[in-house]
Design a protein around this ligand. Sequence first.
Ligand code: AMP
Ligand code: GLY
Length: 422
Amino acid sequence: MKILVVGGGGREHAIIKKIKENEKVTKIYALPGNGGIAADAECVDIGAKDIDKIVEFSKEKEIDYAIVAPDDPLVLGCVDKLEEAGIPCFGPRANAAIIEGSKVFSKELMKKYNIPTAAYEVFDDINEAVKYVDKAKLPLVVKADGLALGKGVVIATSRGDALTAIVNCMQNKVFGESGTHVVIEEFMEGPEVSVLAFTDGKTVVPMVSSMDHKRALEGGTGPNTGGMGTIAPNPHYTDEIAKECMEKIFIPTINAMNKEGRTFKGCLYFGLMLTKDGPKVIEYNCRFGDPETQVVLPLLESDLLDIMMAVTEERLSEVEVKFSDKSACCVIAASEGYPVKYDKGFEIKISKKVIDHVYVAGAAKADGKLVTNGGRVLGCTAVADTLEEAIADAYKLMEGVSFENIYYRHDIGYKAVNVKKA
Ligand code: AMP
Ligand code: GLY
C-alpha cells in the first residue's frame, strides 16, 4: 500500500514510524515531512496547506490511503478534497474539523448538548466585550475564535490584561481573522488531562490518557509553547473519571456532532480539566496532539493503520485497540529561546543507539547534514514498566542527541510521579 501523510512535525514522525510496522505498507510519502522524517518516508516539498497540490500529487502517485494530521489542512477541507478524488483518508471533513477551527462553534455545541465546559460569552463587538470585562469576575480567559497556533488563549488576572487581549485580538488582529470573534470564559482550576480518541461517528475508543507540559520553563513557568514534553498514562485520570468522561463528554460529543449533521471521523482530542465540579472540556482538537502522540502511539499494541482504516470504513467496533500497561515519557529538545526568538541551522547529531526513540520535528537537510530548522527540534520517548523509569530513560536517551543551543526542561513528568505517590 502507498500511504500519504500530510504534515511535518514530531507527531507525524510518530505516526509514520508506527504505520511502518504494518506489512502491507510498501511506501510512505510525507508532505512536507522534515529532514528527520526523511529517514522513514519520502519527503516531498508540498506544504500541508497546499490542498490542490496535495490532491494532484496523490492522484499522480496513486495513493491508497491518506492520513491528514495537522489542524490547518483538516479545517481547510483537505479530507473532503482527497475523498472527492477517490482517495480514502483518516481525518475529519471540514464540517467536523470546525470543532477545533471555531471556538464559538465548539462552545455553542457544548452548551446546546449539555457537555460540561467553562461558562462563557461570545463577542463580535469590541465595546460589548470591554463592558463585559468591566463587570466580570477575575481571572478571565480570553480566546480568539479561530486557529492561532496555540497562542490565541490569554489567562487574564487583571482587567488591564483582559482588555489588552481583547484589543490585540479584535482591533490589532494579531491572529488575523481568527480574532474577529472572541470567547471570554470562566477560569477553571484543576489538573489537565489530554485524551485522544478514535471515532468513526458510531463508536468512540479513547486511547491511553496523557499529560502535556505546555510552559517553556521548569516548574511550569515561562510562556506557553506547543508542548515541551508529555507522559502517559496521566495518573490523575482514574478509571472512575474515565467512565464519567465517557458518559458525560465523549459519547455526548460524538452524538452531538451526528445530530448537527457533522459526523466526526478520525482522532478527536479532548483537552480536559478535572475541576472540583467534575471533568470539563477546555478545548477540542480535530487531530492527534503534539507531543501527546509521541507517548500514546508507542504504547499502542494494536496495528495503527488497521485501526485508522476501520475508522474510515466505519467499522471501528470490529477492531481491537489495545494499549500496553507500561508508561511512556517524551522530552522535547527545543532551540534555546523558543517560543520567542531562536537561531536555526545548527547540525543535529543523533547516535544510532537512540535513533529508534527519536521523533524529529523542526529539522531540515542541508549539505547532507541534519540541521535545526524550528523551535521544537525533536523529542525522545522512552517506554518502561513504571513512570519513574520511563522518565529516567527518556533523559538518558537525550544524552544521545546534541546540537548547539539545545534546551529542554528537566522536570517532565515529575509532578505526575508525585501524584502517583500521593
Ligand atoms: P489552548 O491553547 O486552548 O490549549 O489553551 C492553552 C491553555 O490555557 C490550556 O492548556 C489551559 O491550561 C489554559 N486554559 C484554557 N482555557 C482555560 C480556562 N477556561 N480556565 C483555565 N485555564 C484555561
Ligand atoms: N499538545 C497540544 C496540542 O496538540 O494542541
